[in-house]
Ligand binder design. Structure first.
Ligand code: NAD
Length: 483
């Protein structure tokens, strides 16, 4: 008998896409202008419909070289400009992002597949906040505790993933510019459009040519950026495998590197936690952004005595999640970003079945076109299961149980990653104890997936090195600075 969905019936509430003007094709943004690439091109598609959105230039090695040369020329003036003047540009960019927030949010949802309520209420506001925050530091660098006369590194080569296209751009560009560096940034091949709109915003803000260069392309373009001899700093966010390849590519050079890589976070619920709040936190931890979140709470560790009650409530709540059109304001879970990512989620969840874990998803009608995956939990999972160890990067939660705090710590830390963790308990002392024991860059207490530009973010072990955000994020873009 088909399962009955718990979702309320709502009339469709689609956000209009008339606010965005997607061109048929895009060039590269080099030295303040859009120019034709010398390489080939590729298509970016809407993952919710598979409709082709635009033809995108694939930057060749020669294009990357032009962009690095433009950034080098611009570095001279930008690095010598007073921090107060640089701040004016960053504040201007931040304000334009707010003014064009709706346009950016709609474009992000179309190109990425994430629900409009997230791009509108989470991504874009944090992007603007990041530019405001680092604009504030630009004229105060000597007070950041990073030396008396902090100096920029030079040209930063920055490569970002597709899960938070505009937010990752902001995490990279805002601190780099505040410190007086210039940048060559490559967005991911499946989500180039908001980076190209950001290039327009740089023009609108009268940013001096060459301070920001956006080159589009896939892995080989990224490789050309990180291995370019005139790039002084490499900043990468993406998979651990590519991060390792980049670490090898820059080994033996004097390039400074930060790597923000994958994760397999434990979200730990103790028996004294407020269960209904914990259920919301679990849902937010793994189903936010379709689970395409490096710090997603993808391993639920629940104390055995409350496991049955919590799972019953969690399943009931999952039954109310609305999967579908990313532009519908009622949508909770949008489209999977690409056919490749969907195939990877299917492969890993198939392995979960084959290894004997129990799969459960609520009833939900998935659209026929596009890339979709229903929210899913696996119970009966042990630490030996691959779904408990590997990053699935989709809306899939693996549930494990524990009896004592020590067992929770041991299981939580039993991973090659160390990006984030969550702790749910009413005891403050337990929160402090767990935070000191967990090997994770961020530990959230009675909440999950909260981001603030003033708070540093980054990982241990195979989750990478370096910190982005906060005063710590400045250190990655200044000579001789470390925290
Ligand atoms: P990916 O590593 O495949 O790609 C990331 C970027 O690197 C893309 O722009 C890609 O074109 C480029 N790239 C690919 N090969 C390259 C190479 N050899 N040299 C240089 N650049 C290359 O990752 P993805 O699939 O786009 O993103 C998902 C991964 O990113 C997940 O593992 C996720 O955990 C991680 N991530 C981490 C954070 C963080 O802050 N730690 C944030 C978001 C995503």
């Amino acid at each position: 008998m088909p399962k009955k969905s718990n979702t309320f019936e709502y009339a469709p509430a689609p956000e209009s896409r008339s606010i965005v003007d997607i061109k048929a094709s895009y060039g590269l943004f080099i030295d303040g202008e859009f120019v034709d690439g010398r390489g080939s091109s590729f298509k970016t598609i809407n993952p919710a419909t598979e409709e082709t959105l635009a033809e995108i230039a694939e930057a060749s090695d020669a294009d990357v070289d032009l962009a690095v040369k433009a950034a080098r020329r611009a570095f001279r003036g930008w690095s010598r400009m007073s921090g107060k003047e640089r701040a004016k540009y960053l504040f201007r960019i931040a304000r334009i992002i707010q003014e064009r927030g709706r346009e950016l949010a709609v474009l992000e949802s179309i190109d990425n597949g994430k629900p409009i309520k997230e791009s509108r209420d989470v991504d874009v506001p944090i992007v603007a906040a990041h530019f405001f925050y680092y604009a504030g530091w630009a004229d105060k660098l000597e007070h950041a505790g990073l030396g008396a006369n902090p100096q920029p590194l030079g040209v930063a080569g920055q490569v970002i993933p597709w899960n938070f296209p505009l937010l990752m751009l902001a995490w990279k560009i805002a601190p780099a510019l505040a410190c007086g560096n210039t940048v060559v940034l490559k967005p991911a091949e499946t989500t180039p459009l908001t980076a190209l709109l950001f290039a327009e915003i740089c023009q609108q803000a009268d940013l001096p040519p060459g301070v920001v260069n956006i080159v589009t392309g896939a892995g080989s373009t990224g490789q050309a950026i990180v291995s370019h001899p005139d790039v002084d700093k490499v900043a990468f966010t993406g998979s651990t495998d590519v991060g390792k390849a980049i670490a090898r590519a820059v080994a033996g050079t004097d390039k400074k590197v930060t790597l923000e890589l994958g994760g397999k976070a434990a979200n730990i619920v103790f028996d004294d936690a407020a269960i209904d709040q914990a259920v919301e936190g679990i849902v937010n931890g793994i189903f936010f952004n379709q689970g395409h979140v490096c710090c997603a709470g993808s391993r639920l560790l629940v104390q055995e005595s409350i496991a049955d009650e919590l799972l019953t409530k969690l399943k009931r709540r999952m039954g109310t999640l609305r999967v579908g059109d990313p532009l519908d304001k009622n949508t909770d879970i949008g489209a999977i970003n690409s056919a490749e990512q969907l195939a990877r989620i299917r492969e890993l969840t198939g392995i979960g079945d084959a290894e004997g874990a129990d799969r459960w998803s609520p009833a939900c009608d998935l659209p026929s076109a596009g890339f979709w995956f229903a929210p899913t939990i696996f119970t009966g999972v042990t630490q030996a299961h691959r779904i408990a160890r590997e990053e699935i990067f989709g809306p899939v939660l693996s549930v494990l149980t524990f009896r004592t705090p020590a067992e929770a710590v041991e299981k939580a830390n039993n991973t090659p990653y160390g990006l984030s963790a969550g702790v749910w308990t009413e005891k403050g002392s337990r929160i402090l104890h767990m935070a000191s024991e967990l090997r994770a860059g961020v530990v959230w207490a009675n909440t999950f997936n909260k981001f603030d530009p003033a708070s540093p973010f980054g990982g241990y072990k195979e989750s990478g090195y370096g910190r982005e955000g906060g005063r710590q994020g400045l250190a990655a873009y200044l000579k001789g600075a470390s925290l």
